[in-house]
Design a protein around this ligand. Structure first.
Ligand code: SF4
Length: 498
């Protein structure tokens, strides 16, 4: 299949549009392609009852390929790390946790009634730190979710933890309610670094204790995050942390992230000198990569290059037996293959085939509904709305949903922006299956400009896009946003005095 080129754009139209982009850039900082995807026209607020009505409509529109995921936001952390941009709060009293629980239980009841008739394919507890509430509180919320929503038999369940607040009762509540994916941040085990980042204790002993509390590898997957470039750490420190993690019998997976230093981070940790922060991140170079490869080889880990959100994932090949076999000196690719076949047949089925949680339709290539419960949780009702739950953590007032009504064309534009960001290509057959039109049919003007400028080129299946710095890509993607949307944002910002 060859992709027809759209008609080229007239010089006067191009000039008018570029003037609009310049006005837009004066009121809105263009940060990333995903930010462009969220520029979805006018904003509004729905009461909880009104938002539930959207879910009734979503149920009506749901087809056999529709994916429904549920996210619960727990905005509490035992301490507030200085490198973190998530919404989080220290629970200053037991009352704050009870308020959170009551608000979440009330939303579960309302939304459970509205979403009757669809099954949910995955559940994710994120934060903040979902392991901060007590085991009893978590159990109440888990039970309400099981009671009020219908779940696909293979629905995956994932939860984020803080090793410092874990105990056997919390693990038991999570396991009892089917959680089989656990994750927590290690970042660094250096005491001085954690102190400097207001992170609290994060010792190897604490991490070891947490890993040992969690179910064994054939029952659950455990993933830990490690940050590269935290002020005060070196590649050698990070390699020592990786050695500790990769040699642990619990066999955690490791997500290695590059730190993205914000202005305030550069100010507080590098005296405002961005070059120093950039140097700290750049120290994680090819030699570091090679050393990680060697560690993976030694401990039977595979590595995957990350997508947009992380740099690299270290995947435990298979637990325990390979080390034993290796010690006997009979390890070979044939032994490994046989071991993996045995593992797949006998052990892994207990958690294999579970549906993974995701937040954007580009990951499932299907209509995706995301129900967000709890302060600041994000919801997406496919083709109808994108919204965030309010009030934010620690604020009072009735639960409402603030965001954008969505039309199918907004959903398509969002889909395209995420595909360009994450894959560097748009496949017309995917757009036609989901939205009934090709990219050139949906946004002929944008495609014409992208092709002229060399940002996009036609392929056999659709369009391939140049990879560039996020802000440059975002600037090109502005062409995907309608005049009305951009005018609306400019007018709103001007009214508010920017
Ligand atoms: S514990 Fe995690 S979510 Fe909480 S402030 Fe630290 S990094 Fe952010």
């Amino acid at each position: 299949m060859s992709t027809p080129s759209p008609p080229s754009i007239s010089p006067s139209r191009r000039a008018a549009r570029e003037a609009l982009h310049a006005r837009f850039a004066q009121v809105e900082r263009i940060g990333s392609p995903s930010q462009i995807a969220l520029l979805s026209g006018f904003k509004r607020t729905w009461t909880e009852a009104e938002f539930a009505e959207l879910w009734v409509e979503a149920v009506r529109r749901s087809g056999p390929t529709t994916v429904n995921n549920l996210y619960v936001h727990v905005p509490f952390c035992k301490s507030i790390c200085s490198f973190c941009n998530y919404e989080r709060l220290r629970p200053t009293s037991p009352g704050a946790l009870k308020d959170w629980r009551d608000r979440v239980l009330a939303s579960i009841e309302v939304m459970g009634k509205a979403a009757r008739g669809i099954r949910f394919h995955s559940l994710y507890f994120g934060g903040g730190t979902p392991s901060v509430p007590t085991a009893a509180m978590l159990g109440e919320v888990f039970t309400a979710l099981d009671t009020h929503f219908a779940w696909h038999p293979k629905a995956g369940r994932a939860i984020e933890l803080d090793p410092a607040v874990m105990n056997p009762a919390k693990v038991a509540a999570m396991v009892e309610h089917g959680f089989e994916q656990f994750s927590f941040g290690v970042q660094s085990t250096r005491t001085d670094v954690n102190l400097a980042h207001n992170r609290g204790a994060q010792s190897p002993e604490l991490i070891d204790r947490c890993l040992n509390l969690l179910p064994p590898p054939h029952e659950a997957k455990v993933t830990v995050d490690v940050l590269m470039g935290l002020a005060g750490t070196t590649p050698a420190d990070t390699l020592a942390d990786l050695e500790m993690l990769l040699s642990h019998p619990r066999r955690p997976w490791v997500d290695l992230f590059h730190l993205t230093p914000t202005h305030s981070y550069v100010d507080s940790h590098y005296g405002g000198v961005r070059a120093r922060a950039d140097d700290a991140v750049a120290a994680y170079d090819q030699a570091f990569d090679d050393a990680v490869d060697a560690l993976c080889e030694q401990h039977f880990y595979d590595t995957r290059r990350g997508g947009s959100h992380h740099c690299r994932t270290l995947v435990a090949a298979r637990p325990t037996l390979p080390e034993g076999v290796r010690r006997l000196g009979v390890w070979s690719s044939e032994v490994r293959e046989r071991w993996q076949r045995w593992w797949t047949a006998k052990r892994a089925p207990r958690r294999m085939g579970r549906t993974a949680y995701c937040q954007v339709p580009t990951e499932v290539r299907a209509p995706l509904n995301l129900l967000g419960i709890g302060p600041s949780a994000r919801s997406q009702v496919f083709g109808l709305a994108m919204a965030q739950t309010r009030p934010h953590a620690g604020e009072s007032g009735p639960t409402v949903y603030a965001g954008h009504p969505m039309q199918p064309i907004d959903e398509l534009r969002t889909f395209v922006c995420f595909d360009v960001r994450d894959r560097g290509e748009v496949v017309d057959a995917h757009l036609e299956a989901l939205f009934g039109m090709t990219l050139a049919e949906a946004m002929p003007e944008a495609v014409a400009v992208w092709q002229e400028s060399g940002f996009a080129r036609p392929t056999d299946t659709g369009w391939a896009f140049e990879r560039g710095r996020p802000a440059e890509v975002a600037r090109s993607l502005l062409w995907a946003v309608s005049d009305d949307h951009l005018e609306g944002i400019i007018a709103r910002k001007n009214r508010r005095g920017r």
